[in-house]
Design a protein around this ligand. Structure first.
Ligand SMILES: C[S@@+](CC[C@H](N)C(=O)[O-])C[C@H]1O[C@@H](n2cnc3c(N)ncnc32)[C@H](O)[C@@H]1O
Length: 186
């Protein structure tokens, strides 16, 4: 089965357990929104999808949060469910399909073959063909650091555009899932 992977660079996401809501925890609400649009369709989990967030907020960056659709169980789609799950993994507790490790994003990039970076200035997605396991990198509310964009380029990532408008990170994932669904044989 073909896979697809989304990777969010979270510049401010909290790297310790937090009190209060996800937004106040270094905009972890964006991480939640991206989990939602990556992994959930109506009444189903997209088992072929992996989502990764690299958290660069204080005080213990970087952390690698992985949500694997193939192994994800016992979840709902509301923000409070994910506030609890993310906080628990930050406390080193377990949840099926969710893991947290101490790893930086550059290390992860080196393990990936088919790399794309979501960027307004790339090739229009409609004109592109994807192989078995495309991996899409994208930025948070601040956007990808220029230095990291340069690194991705040197590592062979191709830029993919969803058009000239700037969309929310979670919307970019939703649109990409929609387009890849329409390109996939049913
Ligand atoms: C909310 S946007 C970032 C906004 C930020 N202020 C900036 O200037 O980059 C979040 C991410 O979504 C992706 N993105 C937004 N609009 C896009 C588009 N039209 N095509 C491709 N990717 C897009 C980019 O990866 C971007 O870093």
């Amino acid at each position: 089965m073909s896979k697809r992977t989304f990777v969010l660079y979270s510049r401010t996401g909290s790297t310790v357990p937090f009190k209060g809501n996800l937004r106040l925890a270094g905009r972890l609400d964006i991480v939640y929104q991206c989990i939602l649009t990556s992994l959930f369709a109506s009444h189903t989990i997209r088992r072929e999808v992996e989502f990764h967030a690299f958290l660069y907020g204080r005080p213990n960056p970087p952390l690698h949060l992985k949500v694997n659709g193939a192994e994800l169980y016992d979840v709902r789609i509301d923000e409070d469910t994910w506030r609890v799950i993310i906080n628990e993994v930050l406390m080193n507790k377990q949840h099926a399909g969710v893991s947290l490790t101490k790893e930086g994003i550059e290390n992860f990039v080196k393990t990936v073959n088919e790399k794309y970076v979501l960027s307004e200035n790339g090739n229009i997605i409609d004109n592109m063909k994807f192989n078995e396991n495309p991996v899409f990198f994208l930025g948070d509310h601040i956007g990808l650091p220029k230095k990291f964009e340069g690194f991705l380029e040197r590592e062979g990532a191709k830029k993919v555009s969803l058009g000239r408008n700037k969309y929310l990170a979670a919307s970019c994932i939703d649109i990409t899932n929609y387009i890849l669904d329409s390109k996939s044989p049913t």
